[in-house]
Design a protein around this ligand. Structure first.
Ligand code: GDP
Ligand code: MG
Length: 442
């Protein structure tokens, strides 16, 4: 997957914490391969990479993410933006009926979609009518009647036995019929061919002119991959459409068709079909598709959570302190404990942050009352004592205990814990300063 690849690219750079031009170029190559593997068409890949590079170059360097994570996040954000951000809803006509026309190649899933839409619309409180305008295939009308029956919605079809009917006339009549019978949404199923075909395109355009659709949905099989571009372009020129439905997403297609179609036509992807059953259908979710194209599960969610929870400044400051062992004082110890408390709920995410795994131990020791007491003790110390705890002899301990209202044992315990933390910090600083030797590098 892309995340594995990027991890490899950044093995030598881990912990560097910023995106250089070389970082971006190195990742761009991997992203390109990942997109091509996901079946995104080449010109679309090129354009996409260009905008990702631009975004990456202008991006603020994240303190919480390593360069690989940050690039993945940028790519993902760009994908989600291009795939439509928020899902677009159906635009209903001010005056009923709203007309939705389906167009696409044969086998794309139009007739099945008519049933799915019928069921879905009914669930939204509408009274849909499915219209059979595929009079090409002998059993097409029958197939639509079956799905309409399953969806529990009405169907409008030419009388059987009158020879090959005229789909444009059927389409026109269906609108009048819907008006008379109080159906508020008309879903027009049309014929498709295996390839793009001028006669068929003309027929679809004729139906379009007869019914003036409020929405024309281009139905495309996610499995067709690279061909999505030519097919979508042909339908956009021949019929025009206002939205896209991706079908067969239950297959193993990585979903590159989504990006291609969206990119070349500029029309939003509105619905997704994920199986043969009528219930296998949902509005389109750009974030899910982005993850699918990139080939990763909820890695991104994790990154997002970590980034939000981890105070970037804090991380930077701590890293600076860690660099010199002597620099880590009791004051820092207190500050660090406060920071750790803030991160409390994400304790289990800490493993993702460079070097932070070791802080998990400390997390266990922090609770609120403990923290207040620690703060009181440290504040009862003189500045010199905070920086050089070695000078805190027996009489100073008594003074500090009295000043902060705790026992001498409490003061002793705190000093002991600090000594431990200082040692641990020293180890972390060592591993940070020497790439290739500590837990920072894999
Ligand atoms: P049309 O020629 O565009 O009307 O396509 P159909 O609706 O007849 O669908 C063609 C075939 O694809 C049928 O066997 C459907 O059951 C199947 N199909 C449609 N949508 C999906 C889907 O989302 N997933 C899967 N697995 N099969 C689908
Ligand atoms: Mg059909």
């Amino acid at each position: 997957t892309l995340s594995d690849r990027l991890d490899k690219v950044f093995t030598g750079l881990r912990g560097k914490g910023r995106l250089s031009a070389e970082d971006i170029d190195a990742t761009a190559r991997e992203i390109r391969i990942a997109l091509l593997e996901a079946d995104v068409a080449l010109p679309v890949v090129r354009a996409f990479i260009a905008s990702v590079k631009e975004r990456a170059a202008g991006a603020e360097v994240s303190q919480a993410l390593n360069p690989a994570q940050q690039m993945i996040k940028i790519v993902n954000d760009e994908l989600v933006d291009i795939l439509g951000g928020e899902t677009r809803r159906i635009r209903y006509a001010k005056q009923s009926p709203t007309v939705i026309m389906l167009a696409g190649l044969q086998g794309a899933g139009k007739t099945t979609l008519a049933g799915k839409l019928g069921r879905w619309l009914k669930g939204q409180g509408h009274t849909p009518l499915l219209v059979a305008c595929d009079l090409q295939r002998p059993n097409a009308v029958q197939q639509l009647s079956v799905v309409a029956g399953q969806a529990g919605v009405d169907v409008f079809a030419p009388e059987p036995g009158n020879g090959v009917g005229d789909p444009i006339a059927v389409a026109r009549e269906s609108i009048d019929f819907a008006r008379r019978t109080m159906h508020d949404v008309v879903v027009v199923d049309t014929a498709g061919r295996l390839g793009i075909d001028a006669e068929l395109m003309a027929q679809a355009a004729g139906i379009r002119d007869a019914v003036s659709p409020d929405e024309t949905l281009f139905v495309v099989d996610a499995m067709i991959g690279q061909d999505a571009v030519t097919t979508a372009t042909a339908f956009q020129e021949g019929v025009g459409f206002s939205g896209v439905v991706l079908t067969k997403l239950d297959g193993d297609a990585r979903g590159g068709a989504a990006l291609s179609v969206r990119h070349v036509t500029g029309q939003p992807i509105m619905f997704a079909s994920t199986g043969e059953k009528l219930a296998d259908f949902d509005v389109f979710h750009p974030e899910r598709m982005a993850s699918r194209i990139l080939g990763m599960g909820d890695v991104l969610t994790l990154i997002e959570q970590a980034e939000q929870a981890f105070d970037a400044d804090q991380a930077e400051k701590m890293a600076g302190k860690l660099a010199s062992r002597e620099g880590f004082t009791l004051e820092d110890f207190l500050e660090q404990m406060l920071a750790i408390r803030k991160m409390g709920p994400i304790a289990n995410l800490l493993g993702m942050l460079p070097g932070a795994g070791q802080m998990k131990e400390q997390l266990k020791q922090v609770d609120d009352r403990d923290l207040d007491r620690t703060a009181a003790i440290i504040r009862s110390m003189t500045p010199a004592e905070r920086v050089t705890p070695k000078i805190i002899n027996a009489s100073r301990r008594v003074r500090i205990a009295n000043g902060s209202g705790v026992s001498v044992t409490d003061v002793n315990q705190l000093l002991e814990r600090f000594a431990q933390a200082q040692k641990m910090m020293g180890q972390m600083a060592g591993s940070m300063g020497m790439p290739g030797m500590g837990p920072m590098s894999k």
